[in-house]
Ligand binder design. Structure first.
Ligand code: CTP
Length: 131
């Protein structure tokens, strides 16, 4: 049983999110997703996600490739989360290339290419443009 763990905000769920979750699940048997809390996003970007954490968790949990979700409360806890969930593989988008190599002592670290041309930020900008 190989467990894959990945992290993200997953605000305004879009096809880039779907693609990375599908490809992450393909690498193992079980996919666990850490969804970042509203406070963590505020600390990172000085911005709250459009959808609150309970909505984002419910959406990600309902994706067929996802076996389990949890709330990521702090970036500094990544190692603990990986150990707690018995991660064999950590998957991140290649926008994070190299930034999580420190965890290669406890699991394999894989960076997957992002889907080109879409992001939650870009969706927000586009909607603002037509409103
Ligand atoms: N992701 C992806 N392709 C995209 C957008 C996101 O593969 N086009 C991946 C990210 O690399 C990450 C996961 O989806 O592993 C969650 O990313 P997140 O930051 O929540 O999504 P973004 O759309 O990038 O959000 P933002 O615009 O707020 O940065």
């Amino acid at each position: 049983m190989k467990t894959v763990v990945t992290f993200g905000t997953y605000d305004l769920f879009h096809v880039g999110h779907l693609n990375i979750l599908r490809r992450a699940k393909d690498l193992g048997d079980r996919l666990v997703v850490g969804v970042s809390s509203d406070e963590l996003n505020f600390r990172k970007k000085q911005l709250r996600p459009t959808y609150p954490i309970d909505h984002r968790l419910a959406i990600v949990e309902s994706i067929r490739y996802v076996d389990e979700v949890f709330v990521e409360e702090a970036l500094e806890l990544k190692r603990q989360y990986l150990l707690y969930h018995h991660a064999d593989i950590l998957v991140m988008g290649d926008d994070w290339e190299g930034r999580f190599d420190e965890f290669s002592d406890i699991c394999r670290v894989v960076y997957l290419p992002r889907t080109v041309g879409i992001s939650s930020t870009e969706v927000k900008v586009r909607i603002r443009g037509v409103a």
